[in-house]
Design a protein around this ligand. Structure first.
Ligand code: NAI
Length: 461
């Protein structure tokens, strides 16, 4: 009898298992993949960051080396080698989780789980018992009606297939200008592929601050990505030699685009197939996610759920936070997640990061808002790095000076955002950031300057 069986070993499930074990619970984690780590480590965050890193290096060589005085540099792209670097990166991380499981005495039950009753989990022919069950089964790409994905090695792929194409294509059509489309589109654009992004909406990166959307699209366009906004993809015709993407513009006119590879990146959906939730009476939301209360409890006592399988942003770190918190709840402590302070990062070059409210969302709450914006053109370090295209923007309550949100485009944006996350967790005012000494020369000084811009003014602009 276990205290806890966690189903799924992605960032939600494995973090939950470790925290529960640290709190003295007897824990097992069921995972059917060959390796631990879920989508994030195996076919998501980690492999994509490996390809983003190597393609970024190539891009730096092409775009900036000569300016830096590094002349005549060349590099042949060895796709196979790049793939094996990616595989090594994944392997060291997934093995790391296996090590952590052993260290914390967590049993890895290999196989696919089915919950037969509260407290009972079938894996293969064996029934395992636990006082509590946490479902952390994540998400899968959503299929677009009429489009068949042929991972791996195919020509119409989702993110999993796009991470392991047999060769670098000459042309690629990306359907969807969300995080996946732009990160993987960037990888291939830097490797020489002519990338066209078709997006249904009038802006890229839905939900982001409007100023970021505009500036980011401009930067990516300069890097060679083509955008056709207001394009509703209807289907992909694969009967010819190359796939043909069929789409309509806002006026309803029909268009077609022939390409080598199509990447479908139109979102993900909660995944809990085969768990038997229906028969157990576990309530789902209208969108098919597992419905939970404020303590991640489902409608069936003893069964909890976290991560991409429940509502909220589909982010590894949100799942991790919920994993730790639900472990604490099950151990009789007070687990908590502050959903107002969950950062989001797009790992392109430059990086894009945000936390909290956009300017539009803050205004929609009805309160008085002020913003402080600082362009990286005024930041010495970013200029020295030839990466001074972006900015830092703070969204602040005009009456209390409290920081409500932050939006950054720039080198290391995904690291810099955490200074603002900590400030927001402490309920900081923009003035608190403005009065904090920041080392010079760092890109982080731009955060302080944006905070100064909320008061008497930034210095270097
Ligand atoms: P997304 O929801 O971010 O973007 C999908 C885009 O596709 C939307 O802009 C939508 O308007 C567009 N679209 C949908 N149907 C369309 C059609 N028929 N024709 C044209 N455009 C269409 O989804 P994405 O990029 O697939 O990412 C899935 C999830 O994974 C997201 O929740 C994302 O946050 C997460 N993720 C996060 C990463 C990160 O934090 N760095 C990296 C990768 C994924």
């Amino acid at each position: 009898m276990y205290d806890l069986i966690v189903i799924g070993a992605g960032p939600g499930g494995y973090v939950c298992s470790i925290r529960a074990a640290q709190l003295g619970l007897k824990v097992a984690c069921v995972e059917g993949r060959e390796t631990l780590g879920g989508t994030c480590l195996n076919v998501g965050c980690i492999p994509s960051k490996a390809l983003l890193h190597s393609s970024h290096m190539l891009h730096e060589m092409h775009e900036n080396f000569a300016t830096l005085g590094l002349m005549n540099a060349t590099a042949d792209v060895d796709w196979e080698k790049m793939q094996s670097y990616k595989a090594d990166t994944v392997a060291t991380n997934t093995k790391g989780i296996e090590f952590l499981f052993k260290k914390n005495k967590i049993d890895w039950i290999k196989g696919w789980a089915r919950i037969t009753a509260p407290g009972k989990v079938m894996v293969g022919d064996t029934e395992h018992e636990a006082k509590n069950i946490v479902v952390a089964t994540g998400s899968v790409p959503t299929a677009l009606k009429g489009i068949e994905i042929d991972n791996p090695g195919g020509v119409v792929v989702d993110s999993t297939g796009a991470l392991a194409l047999p060769a670098i294509p000459n042309t690629m059509v990306v359907i969807g200008a969300g995080v996946i489309g732009l990160e993987l589109g960037s990888v291939y654009a830097r490797l020489g592929t002519q990338v066209t992004v078709l997006e249904y909406l009038d802006a890229i990166t839905p939900g982001m601050d409007a100023e970021v959307q505009k500036a980011f699209q401009k930067i990516l366009s300069k890097q060679g990505l083509g955008f056709q906004l207001g394009s509703a993809v209807q289907g992909v015709d694969t009967s010819g030699e190359r796939p043909r993407v069929i789409y309509k513009n806002k006026k309803g006119e029909d268009f077609a685009l022939d390409t080598d590879v199509v990447l479908v990146a139109t979102g993900r959906r909660a995944y809990h197939d085969g768990l038997g939730l229906d028969a157990l009476g576990v309530r789902l939301t209208e969108r098919g996610q597992i419905d939970v209360d404020g303590h991640w409890a489902t409608s069936v006592p003893g069964i909890y759920a976290i991560g991409d399988a429940i509502p909220g942003p589909m982010l590894a770190h949100k799942a991790e936070d919920e994993g730790m918190a639900v472990a604490e709840v099950i151990a009789g402590k007070h687990g908590h997640v502050n959903y107002d302070v969950i950062p989001g990062v797009i790992y392109t070059t430059p990086e894009v990061a945000n936390v909290g409210l956009t300017e539009a969302a803050a205004k929609a709450t009805g309160r008085k808002i002020k913003t402080g914006k600082f362009p990286l053109m005024g930041n010495a370090r970013a200029k020295a790095m030839l990466e001074a295209e972006g900015f830092v923007k703070l969204v602040v309550d005009a009456e209390t000076d409290r920081v409500l949100g932050a939006h950054i485009i720039g080198p290391g944006a995904g690291e810099m955002i955490h200074e603002i996350c900590v400030a927001m967790e402490f309920g900081a005012a923009a003035q608190d950031i403005a009065l904090t000494c920041h080392a010079h020369p760092t890109v982080s000084e731009a955060v302080r300057e944006a905070a100064l811009a909320c008061g008497d003014g930034a210095i270097h602009v």
